[in-house]
Design a protein around this ligand. Structure first.
Ligand code: A2P
Length: 329
């Protein structure tokens, strides 16, 4: 198992290396890949040191699997070159997600769609992954009519520059801005770029990726994505109207029994998910489970996950683990 990590020096790439080591991913060769300015640098994984190579070199090494997290344009250009030499690419960027030929996978939900002919596989957006890990069991049992979601997103989703901006502002120092406004002590209702319909691209990812993964374009979805000065993970307030009536206890039991999901919900003990506790964890956490008393068959949930883990690195690695487990690679 020759494994390439493209974007190994980036925020998600670093978490990938950590998760690979934690999960004892069975690679025999690790090929860290980054831009030309990082070539020759040493990076660590599982106590061993590896030298960063460029993309051209990495393709010539014909890895079995390449985990990509180096931005959309790198993926668009390079994923097909790896696929051509027989590498299975699992891509974290938005480049391939909505391509009808490419599968968009959350292992707990739709890994069975994968076959040995899939050479480029897309990893969904971080906000979509955590929302659907919580909602897919409800869709399966009750059917979903409509989702209204508001996100409270960690700055780590923007990258190193945003983490630096918050740190500078916190220390009252000048520096480069990742956002058009200060993020310290602020909430910015603007994640990714604005589109013609007045929504941001991040908000439309929640709509379009949900339709594709749940294979149901009839679900009504309305999203608002907010950036907040938090580091550990994304939080989401989700209002979901189901097609069938439900008992709250059945919902709680269903969520407790769902894979990848941890219920943290007890108002008597102030128990609910929060990003500082989700940080570094691979699961999705759900709490504040309650009926929307203003509308039939409707539920409110609060869903939190480490966006760099289940929202990115962990989900990608779980896809690779599934492929290996099913002998598809
Ligand atoms: P580098 O560190 O050499 O710039 P982040 O999103 O956290 O900024 O990380 C982006 C990752 O993608 C980094 O590892 C970065 O490498 C890598 N990357 C960015 N552009 C390219 C490119 N054109 N070719 C290869 N790797 C790239």
């Amino acid at each position: 198992m020759k494994l390439a990590v493209v974007g190994a020096t980036g925020m998600v790439g670093e978490v990938m290396l950590r998760v690979l080591s934690e999960r004892k991913f069975p690679f025999t060769d690790l090929i860290p890949v980054a831009s030309e300015r990082s070539v020759g640098k040493k990076i660590m994984c599982g106590g061993n040191s590896y030298e960063v190579v460029g993309l051209e070199t990495a393709v010539s090494m014909e890895p079995d699997v390449a985990l990509f997290s180096a931005g959309g344009s790198t993926s668009l250009k390079w994923a097909p070159k790896f696929a051509e030499v027989g590498t299975v690419v699992i891509d974290n960027s938005s480049a391939w997600r909505m391509d009808p030929e490419i599968k968009l996978i959350i292992p707990e939900i739709n890994a069975e769609e994968l076959t040995s002919t899939d050479k480029i596989i897309a990893n969904p957006n971080c906000s979509t992954i955590q929302m659907l890990v919580a909602l897919a069991p409800l869709q399966k049992k009750y059917g979903i009519q409509r989702i209204v979601v508001s996100t409270y997103q960690s700055i780590t989703g923007t990258g190193v520059k945003a983490v630096q901006q918050l740190e500078n502002e916190y220390n009252d120092e000048k520096g480069e801005m990742a956002y058009p406004y200060p993020i310290h002590r602020n909430a910015i209702p603007h994640c990714d770029v604005f589109m013609d319909n007045g929504y941001t691209k991040e908000e439309m990812k929640l709509v379009n990726e949900t339709h594709k993964i749940l294979n149901d374009n009839s679900i009504g979805i309305s999203a608002t994505a907010i950036r907040i000065p938090v580091v550990g993970g994304h939080s989401e307030s989700i209002n979901v109207q189901l097609k069938k009536g439900f008992e709250l206890e059945d919902i709680r039991k269903l969520l407790q029994d769902s894979s990848g999901l941890v219920v943290q919900d007890n108002p008597e003990t102030n128990t609910y998910p929060m990003p500082i506790y989700a940080e570094g964890k691979n699961e999705v956490f759900v709490g504040r489970i309650r009926r929307d008393e203003s509308q039939d068959r409707t539920l409110n949930l609060w869903v939190v996950a480490d966006n760099l883990r289940k929202g990115a690195a962990t989900n990608t690695i779980q896809i690779a683990e599934y492929l290996m487990d099913k002998k598809l690679i």
